[in-house]
Write a protein that binds this ligand. Structure first.
Ligand SMILES: NC(=O)c1ccc[n+]([C@@H]2O[C@H](COP(=O)([O-])OP(=O)(O)OC[C@H]3O[C@@H](n4cnc5c(N)ncnc54)[C@H](OP(=O)(O)O)[C@@H]3O)[C@@H](O)[C@H]2O)c1
Length: 325
C-alpha cells in the first residue's frame, strides 16, 4: 500500500508518498481501499510535531476518508466487501488503505459522490457532537460560529441554518463572508473590522448568542463570554489564538453560562461510534436531501500532498481541500 510518510516534523516538504507495509483489519474493524481523504487544520499541526496521534492510532496523518470496503475483521456486522463508505479516523487517512473500527464507518450519503464524501466525516461529527449533542442548540436559539468559511465553519453554518437557528459567523474577508451568507449565515462579521460582541448583541436585541463554536481559544475567551446570552454555552474546539486565557467567572456565574472544551480525536472508540450513529440518524438525511452539501474548494492527487498543506498553511481556502487516490 502507499501512504504519506513524514520525514520528521516541519513544513510541507517533510511529506512524501511512499510504499509501506500492508495493514489488515483486526477484530471489529473494516479495511477500506481509499478513494479520497481530506485535509484538516489538525493535520498541519501533526506535521509540525504539535499534535501526536492518540495511543494505538496510525502514525500516518489523516482524520477521514472515503472509499470501498475491501475486508472485514472478525465480528463485523452490517457492512459488506464492496460497500462505498466514508469514515472518521484517529489517523491513517493519507494512504491507499485504512483500517478503522466498524462503528466509525458511515455510508456515502445519497446524492454525494465518493470524492466529496471524504470531506464530510470530520466536520459532521465535530459540529454535530459539539453544537447539538454537547451544547444542545435549539431551533429558536442563536448560534455564532467563528471562522465560518473554513471546513468546520461551512458545515456548521449549513447545519444550524437547516435546523432553524439564527446563524452568526466571523470571517477574514468580504468574499469569504459573502460565501458564508450564501450558505445560510444571517449575520456576517469581518473580524478585522468589527467587534463580534457588539454585532452579536445588536443582532439578538441585546440578549447575546445562545451557543458559540470557537476555534480561537485564549484570544477570544473574554469576548466570547461577553457575547453569550443568559444560560449560553461556549464550546471551544480550537486554540488558533492560544490555550491560556483569563476567564471572568463572575460574568459566567451571573449569566449561568458554560464554557466547554472538547477534542474528537482522543475520544474512545465507543464514544466515536455513538457520535457517528447520531450523525447518521440526524445529519445524513439533511445531506441526502440537499440541505447540507460538502464544500470542497480544491481536489488534488495524493502525490500533491505538499501543495495541499501549503494551501492549508496559507489559509486562503474556503471549505475543504481533498486529496484523491
Ligand atoms: N476539537 C476538535 O475535536 C476539533 C475537530 C476538528 C477541528 N477542530 C478545530 O477547528 C478549527 C477549524 O478547523 P478546520 O479544519 O475547519 O480549519 P480551517 O478550514 O483552516 O479553518 C480555520 C478557520 O479559522 C478562521 N480564523 C482565523 N483567524 C481567525 C480569527 N481571528 N477570528 C475568527 N476566525 C479566524 C479562518 O477564517 P478566515 O479564513 O476567514 O480567516 C478559517 O475559517 C481548527 O482550530 C481545528 O483545530 C477541532
Amino acid at each position: 500500500m502507499r501512504a504519506v510518510v513524514a520525514d520528521g516534523a516541519g513544513g510541507p516538504e517533510v511529506l512524501s508518498v511512499q510504499e509501506v507495509p500492508d495493514i489488515e483489519p483486526g477484530p471489529g474493524e473494516v479495511a477500506i481501499e481509499v478513494a479520497a481523504t481530506a485535509v484538516n487544520r489538525a493535520d498541519t499541526l501533526q506535521r509540525q510535531g504539535f499534535y501526536p496521534p492518540p495511543p494505538g492510532a496510525s502514525e500516518t496523518i489523516g482524520l477521514e476518508c472515503s472509499g470501498t470496503i475491501s475486508a472485514l475483521g472478525d465480528g463485523v456486522e452490517g457492512w459488506a466487501v464492496g460497500d462505498e463508505v466514508c469514515a472518521l479516523l484517529a489517523g491513517g487517512g493519507y494512504a491507499s488503505r485504512v483500517v478503522v473500527p466498524a462503528g466509525q464507518v458511515l455510508p456515502v450519503p445519497a446524492g454525494v459522490d465518493l470524492v466529496h464524501a471524504a470531506a464530510l466525516p470530520e466536520v459532521a461529527c465535530t459540529v454535530w457532537s459539539n453544537v447539538f449533542m454537547v451544547a444542545g442548540l435549539k431551533p429558536e436559539e442563536s448560534f455564532l460560529v467563528h471562522g465560518g468559511a473554513g471546513g468546520i465553519g461551512t458545515f456548521a453554518i449549513q447545519l444550524a441554518h437547516a435546523l432553524g437557528s439564527q446563524v452568526l459567523t466571523t470571517g477574514g474577508t468580504a468574499d469569504k463572508l459573502a460565501f458564508c451568507a450564501g450558505l445560510g449565515a444571517d449575520v456576517t462579521i469581518n473580524y478585522h473590522d468589527d467587534d463580534f460582541v457588539e454585532v452579536a448583541k445588536s443582532a439578538t436585541d441585546g440578549a447575546g448568542v445562545d451557543v458559540i463554536l470557537d476555534n480561537m481559544g485564549a484570544s477570544y475567551l473574554g469576548r466570547n463570554v461577553s457575547a453569550l446570552a443568559t444560560e449560553g454555552r461556549l464550546v471551544v474546539i480550537g486554540m488558533q489564538g492560544g490555550s491560556k486565557g483569563e476567564l471572568d467567572l463572575g460574568k459566567l456565574l451571573t449569566k449561568r453560562a458554560a464554557v466547554i472544551a472538547t477534542s474528537l480525536r482522543g475520544r474512545p472508540v465507543e464514544g466515536k461510534a455513538a457520535i457517528v450513529a447520531s450523525v447518521l440518524e440526524h445529519v445524513w438525511p439533511l445531506v441526502a436531501d440537499g440541505s447540507i452539501r460538502p464544500i470542497v474548494e480544491q481536489t488534488l492527487p495524493l502525490e500533491e500532498v505538499r501543495r495541499a498543506h501549503e494551501l492549508m498553511d496559507a489559509g486562503s481556502h474556503t471549505g475543504k481541500i481533498v486529496l484523491t487516490l
